[in-house]
Design a protein around this ligand. Structure first.
Ligand SMILES: [Zn+2]
Length: 317
């Protein structure tokens, strides 16, 4: 049971026992930092409670109905969870379940509930209908009222070990971050993902930055095609590439006409203001066209050819 969740043997054991002995609480508070499996385990737990085999088997009619039944509700919100949302819950929860013997509510980021909302929830916490189970999920326990905390069964989720993090990425067929990132991620999948993204973008900056500089400097077909290749490789990060291109042109433009060379570290390249503004114009066209579903490869190639023409004109000065 609960194989989808990596690590977390204590919470798993505790919830498994509750299901097997039938000693379920009406209110649970799942807490621990972001990215350690709270929501996944909450869903599996809810599924196992309703499962005909009590295991979240995934095959029985109950498991198959899990995501479509009105007896399971997931409440989440980008911003704060207002009292109106909780009032809706508190009036609805007293209507008997429709398909199942139980009705289960999951409140994600429960700390986003306003104080008013928490007070409204407290009324159900004090006298819940016998069939109801509410699971609050939070990474910020201190934002919940003590009165709420005292009425819920706390389930604490510790950070994952680097080994468990690795297992998570492997199980979900995601690129496995380096060991260095896994150990810096503070036991959180979310942090590991963020770290590997910023690692990727540092890599892109370095490799594509070289290609842009070489193109601006050499203006050759070969350097243009190399850059074209990079634009294709990193298509998913195109906004970052466009920003990078912009900043390279900006950094190599001579704004002071009395200077012959740009006084920066990229001293080997210097563009006149006229060329730079032509390139900016082409770049803003590129941004617009790639945003409007135009053929990405063709649009980028057209852009690079246009930029190269502007660079060649400059050479003739
Ligand atoms: Zn089942």
């Amino acid at each position: 049971m609960f194989k989808q969740v990596v690590g977390q043997s204590l919470p798993k054991e505790m919830l498994k026992t509750a299901i097997q002995t039938g000693k379920l609480s009406h209110a649970y508070i799942f807490h621990g930092k972001k990215g350690v499996g709270k929501t996944t385990l909450a869903l599996e737990f809810a599924k196992a409670i309703l499962c005909e085999n009590h295991t979240a088997c995934g095959n029985c009619p109950s498991c198959k109905q899990f995501y479509s039944t009105s007896d399971v509700k997931i409440i989440e919100s980008e911003k704060s969870i207002p009292v109106e949302t909780v009032r809706e819950l508190t009036s609805e929860i007293f209507l008997k379940p429709f398909h199942f013997p139980r009705k289960i509510y999951l409140i994600k980021d429960a700390d986003k509930m306003t104080v008013q909302a928490q007070n409204a929830l407290l009324k159900v916490f004090e006298e819940p209908p016998s069939y109801a189970i509410i699971i609050l999920i939070t990474s910020n326990l201190s934002a919940l009222l003590p009165t709420i905390l005292s009425r819920g069964t706390e389930v604490r989720f510790p950070p994952l070990t680097p080994k468990e993090l690795k297992e998570y990425f492997k199980n979900n067929k995601l690129n496995i971050p380096s060991d260095e990132i896994l150990s810096r991620a503070n036991g959180s999948v979310t942090e590991a993902l963020l770290l590997s993204q910023s690692d990727d973008s540092a890599k892109i900056g370095e490799s594509v930055g070289q290609a842009i500089l070489s193109f601006l400097e050499k203006k050759t077909t070969a350097s243009m095609l190399k850059l074209y290749q990079d634009f294709l490789t990193y298509q998913e990060q195109k906004e970052q590439l466009f920003d990078l291109f912009y900043s390279f042109v900006y950094d190599t433009t001579i704004t002071d006409p009395t200077l012959k060379k740009h006084p920066n570290q990229n001293g080997s390249v210097s563009l006149s203001l006229a060329t730079a503004s032509n390139i900016y114009r082409a770049l803003s066209q590129l941004v617009k066209r790639t945003a409007s579903n135009a053929d990405y490869g063709l649009t980028v190639l057209t852009f690079l050819i246009e930029v190269r023409n502007h660079l060649m004109e400059e050479r003739n000065f």
